[in-house]
Design a protein around this ligand. Sequence first.
Ligand SMILES: Cc1ncc(COP(=O)(O)O)c(C=O)c1O
Ligand SMILES: N[C@@H](CCCC[NH3+])C(=O)O
Length: 444
Amino acid sequence: MVQYGTQRINEAGILEIGGVDATVLTETYGTPLFVYDVEDIRSRAAAFHQAFRDENVHYQIAYASKAFSCIAMLELAADLDLSLDVCSEGELYTAVKAGFPMKNIHFHGNNKTPQELEMAVEHEIGCIVVDNFTELSWLMALTESKKQQMDVLIRITPGVEAHTHEYISTGQEDSKFGFDLNSGQADQAVDMLKDHKWLRLQGVHSHIGSQIFRAEGFEEAVRAVFQSIRKWEQAFGFYPQVLNVGGGFGIRYAEGDKPLPLGEYITRMVKEVKNEAAEMNKPVPEIWIEPGRALVGEAGTTIYSLGARKDIPDVRTYLSVDGGMTDNIRPALYQAEYTALLANRANDPAEEQVSIAGKCCESGDMLIWDLELPKAGRGDLLAVFSTGAYGYSMANNYNRILRPAVVFVENGRHECVIRRESLEDLVKLEESYSLSKTAAQTDR
Ligand SMILES: Cc1ncc(COP(=O)(O)O)c(C=O)c1O
Ligand SMILES: N[C@@H](CCCC[NH3+])C(=O)O
């Protein structure tokens, strides 16, 4: 078994996370259950901090809250000296509720609404990462009308291929995100912003994609951005105070995944920035990164109860769990691969090959193909690893399935940070309709 974070198999052959027995967790909170290993998140944040400190540069590590956002997570992020990347009013609202320092928040998105921009300006967040000309003109008008200043970065697409799934690749020219470099749009945006009265252009942002294993992509992006910086320096006298290279640092999902140690991505990327700045005879800008998956992905485990079994002789055995694409859409969306084991019989030897199906009415609702397991069925618990990023945050109610609970574990303690959805929650949004119907009936 690949070991994640603080996980271990105890003397009874049961999976423990953060010193807590998986069966205790499922008896207390039910299944499916997201379990987050807090110590693992702490050590990942520490690895990023250490790498920057070793390079002796100014930096910010902004947790990309799209990976997993809830009040407890954002409190933890603040505690770990992380900044925050939000990309919707909902993510910003969660940060407000968590008491996250507003000055450390960066707002992203290719279609921020006027209301979202207003919310960001009113809360005086750290900066807005401007994505396109529509947003730029709205933001100019908004800050002018409020007579309020706002720091901004411009997001550019550096034209770098990220070597990842095309759905999570964002640095290429043909992308909905950011200002394009080749066509001169980015130059125009810098020109519009450089002496603006209310918008203070602090720097540049680029994000090449997600689940990236090679540091070369980040180095290449830095070189591409600096080519433009040289141009901007000459044309407008603009040199950035901040260079945000985005997130995307890969993690281990399947056996074959070989991410670099987190610090190595940083060291190599920072060295490239230092080289480029030295060539221009300029100071090294403050370097920002935005990891989501790399901070929380491997720290999350989903525990399911096994249910129905279907053996198709000479074809395949399907074992179904009590969740699926409603709590983990990544296999269906990106053909993502996962590993798993029986949490309650973790030392039992593998006896058969099975495929793990979800319970949705979709043939594509499969979590794992061809998994070696002991003979298992009802009463057994399946722990699927590395589900901490884009699992709960992409969860949905397809088939009116309830979203799972989320538990944080650390040093033998466990705490529910998001309760399981209830059947009443499902119809809550329809309350006004049901009430008006009841009222109409009583009027008759
Ligand atoms: C702008 C931006 N920053 C950060 C991230 C976080 O990516 P990851 O979770 O792969 O680190 C994303 C998602 O890909 C993103 O679009
Ligand atoms: N949701 C995606 C990543 C998208 C990241 C945001 N740009 C995933 O699960 O891998």
